[in-house]
Design a protein around this ligand. Sequence first.
Ligand SMILES: [Zn+2]
Length: 76
Amino acid sequence: MSQWLLICPHCDHRFGHVKITDAAVQEAYRDSHGTDAKPDLGEKKLTCPYCQMESLYGRFHLICELDSDKAKGKGV
Ligand SMILES: [Zn+2]
């Protein structure tokens, strides 16, 4: 399953998995930057499940993790 991840600025753990729809993945392939396919979170305060620190996350914090070999590493 492809998903969006957030990286905690405090401990560098990845969390906050948001599933990517197939349509969004297709958009990401079309747009080499992948930016337009990102879901719009707005600005969200999320608590890291690892270090329990609360941070404000925006759309630009999202990292794309696609569930296919040819796309591994995209967006990292
Ligand atoms: Zn953390």
